[in-house]
Design a protein. Structure first.
Length: 84
């Protein structure tokens, strides 16, 4: 079971800000994510990007591939989407 609950660290103890569906004395494993450091990022997405990144793919390779696309990318996207 995986639950995400916000908590506050006070006097050496993490205090959940919402009730937890746990039995007394039940053991759990915690992962701590500082909200102030990451509240504007999609942390899971960023971690997945780093984990799934192909180190052989450089910015220069991406730019060269994009440069081969003829015409306007806007037009290509609009053509792909069709009428609204």
């Amino acid at each position: 079971m995986l639950d995400e609950v916000e908590a506050v660290y006070e006097n050496g103890v993490l205090r959940p800000l919402a009730p937890l569906p746990l039995a007394e004395q039940e053991h759990v494993k915690l992962s701590v994510l500082r909200i102030a450091d990451s509240d504007w990022l999609d942390v899971e997405f960023m971690e997945a990007c780093g984990r799934d990144a192909d180190p052989s793919l450089s910015l220069e390779v991406v730019r060269a591939s994009l440069a081969k696309i003829g015409g306007s990318m806007d037009a290509a996207i609009e053509a792909d989407r069709g009428e609204y």
